[in-house]
Design a binder for this molecule. Sequence first.
Ligand code: ZN
Length: 165
Amino acid sequence: MSQPEVVENGNVVIIRYTLRDSKGEILDSTDEGEPMPYLHGAQNIVPGLEKMLTGKSVGDTFTTVVAAEEGYGPRHDFPVQSVGLDQFGDMELEEGMMLFTEIDEGQVVPFWISKIGAKDVQIDLNHPLAGEELHFDIEVLGIRTATEEELDHGHPHGLDGTQGH
Ligand code: ZN
């Protein structure tokens, strides 16, 4: 099977990245030697970064700044809410962790644990990186055609498409 020359929708793209905030502090990165596959055009990554990756080739490296609007969105003025620790049962909680709650029949929204106290937990409806300008360093390591199953699921199955989950 021939490999795609450039990144376009329906490709699994394998990248390495470092993400910094506007002050240059590292927020996240792929571990050395562990590149990350994602499915292009399936919103696996923030829209601003996906746009910049379109048309790139293997071996390309670039730096890009993604505005909050094209990243994790603006930070909304949601009031921070406190929820009793006992509401979470014996779930292992971590600050920054994403959970889901059903607010209306069938309507599920994500929320994030912002602070864990002795008796209660502060939750935030904003993504921890909402409102942040995102500075990415990107290296494109590989591009391959996604399998039918990957397209169906909307995410890659490992670097070579054979990994289950
Ligand atoms: Zn899957």
